[in-house]
Each structure stands twice: as C-alpha cells, then as structure tokens.
Design a protein around this ligand. Structure first.
Ligand SMILES: [Zn+2]
Ligand SMILES: [Zn+2]
Length: 256
C-alpha cells in the first residue's frame, strides 16, 4: 500500500525497513548534488575537510554514485579528497615518529590544536536527519489517520531496531502514550515472530528434521541482521532525473 501523506515518502511495498531505504535514496541524491554543483562550495568543503571526508561506507557510496552517473564522474570525488589527504598524512607521520612519547604528544598536540575532534561524517548526519523527518511525518500520519496508516504499516516489514528507537524518541511519542504502546506492541510482534522463525530454521537444520523450511524461516537470518542493524543495499537505488540535464544552465554545452 502506498502512502498518501504529503510528506511521507516511505514505500511500504518494498522489502525491509522503509526508513533505511528512503535514507539511502536521499543519500545517493545528496552525493550526486554535492558532486554536481558543490565541489567548489567553501562551506561544503570546509565541513568535508573538518570531518576528514566521509565515513568508510559513505565514502564508498560516493565513489559508486560518481561512477554510475556520467553527469558528475569521479573527478569531483578526486577534488573533494585531494584536500583531505594532507591532514591525514600528517596524522600518520605523527604516529610514526620515533623519539620520546613526550615529543610525539607535543607533535600530536600541535596537530589537534589546528584540527579539533573531527565532526561526524556529513552524510551520516544527513541520513539521521532524513530518518528523523520521515519518522516524524509517519507518526503524524499514524495519529491523524490511524485506521489507514496502521493497516499500511502493519502490512509492511516495519522498522529496523535503530529506527524504531529513533521513532520512540520523537516528541509526538512522548506526548501520546497510546502511540508509544502501539509502536512497542508492533515491534514486539515482529521480534517475537523473528525469534520463532529463527528457532524453526535452526530446528529444521537438524539431520532428523523432515519438515520443510517455511519461507519466513528461510528469510529469518537475513531479517535478524537488518532488523538489528539497519538495511544494507547492494545496488544503487536513486535514479537521476532526466530533466536535470536540460534544466540546469551549467549543464548546457557539457559533453554527455
Ligand atoms: Zn531502518
Ligand atoms: Zn557516514
């Protein structure tokens, strides 16, 4: 069932946590946007440099998006990462310096004075903001149109544990005990079913078990991983909108 709330972009028909999915789609779109028109933006570059680039998973995602979309290409990634290399090299050199630990810490102290604790990865921050925003509107929809939205939500795969925790911290949940009870009960039902399916799968692995493995049991191991940790998507999800090639003036005359 598709959502009809104007601000909820969750696709309940797709497998797994729909908040993870929209966060990933927006992350790919965000990377494309940064590479398309912000590689020279001083504010973006400053933030990027201070966090020493992106975290590992998001850095790899950036590279994959750049390779997939010819409108950006990997030149933008090279530009972004060029300025991150020097401070990282300095840090490695400081670690490799011989001599007394006092001298080493003096060197490191000087480095940290100029580079205080790096902020978290920009894309991690964006992804949490996306999730928080979508959960806010989902909770709003569940409160305003409970019949339709509860039905749609219950027929979906629900939320991963990191995202149900985020939902339970929303101000609407603090203000509405019945909404909290509903979310906890929905998650409990899903987790209990998962535990039963995992136990059933393990039982049927035994040499003397002859019953066929049910579909839910076959999928339980994979579900345990995404349910506890969030979804991982092997394929890219965001598709570049063709109109962007036509509408953006800087794109005109650019070889395709
Ligand atoms: Zn999730
Ligand atoms: Zn990240």
């Amino acid at each position: 069932m598709r959502s009809s709330h104007p601000y909820v972009s969750l696709d309940f028909e797709k497998k797994g946590c729909s908040v993870c999915r929209i966060a990933r789609i927006r992350a790919e779109n965000w990377v494309w946007h940064i590479l398309y028109e912000c590689t020279g933006d001083p504010e973006v570059r400053d933030r990027f440099d201070r966090s020493l680039g992106l975290c590992g998973p998001h850095a790899h995602l950036m590279l994959r998006v750049a390779k997939r979309h010819p409108s950006v290409g990997i030149g933008g990634v090279a530009r972004m990462y060029e300025s991150v290399l020097a401070p990282v090299q300095f840090e490695v050199e400081a670690h490799g310096r011989t001599g007394s630990s006092t001298e080493l810490w003096k060197g490191m102290g000087a480095w940290f004075r100029h580079h205080p604790t790096p902020p978290s990865c920009m894309l991690c921050t964006e992804s949490i903001d996306t999730a928080r925003g979508q959960l806010y509107f989902l909770l709003q929809a569940l409160r305003e149109e409970p019949d339709a939205w509860k039905l749609a939500f219950e027929h979906s795969d629900g939320l991963c544990v990191p995202h149900i925790k985020l939902a339970l911290n929303d101000t609407q949940v603090y203000a509405d005990p019945s909404l909290r009870a509903y979310l906890v009960s929905d998650q409990r039902r899903r987790m209990n079913r998962l535990a039963e399916n995992l136990a059933g799968f393990l039982h049927k692995q035994s040499y003397n078990a002859y019953e066929p493995i049910a579909p839910g049991e076959a999928a339980a191991t994979e579900e345990a991983i995404w349910r506890l940790n969030g979804m991982e998507f092997p394929e890219l999800l965001w598709r570049e909108e063709p109109y962007l090639h036509v509408a953006h003036p800087s794109q005109q005359g650019r070889p395709q």
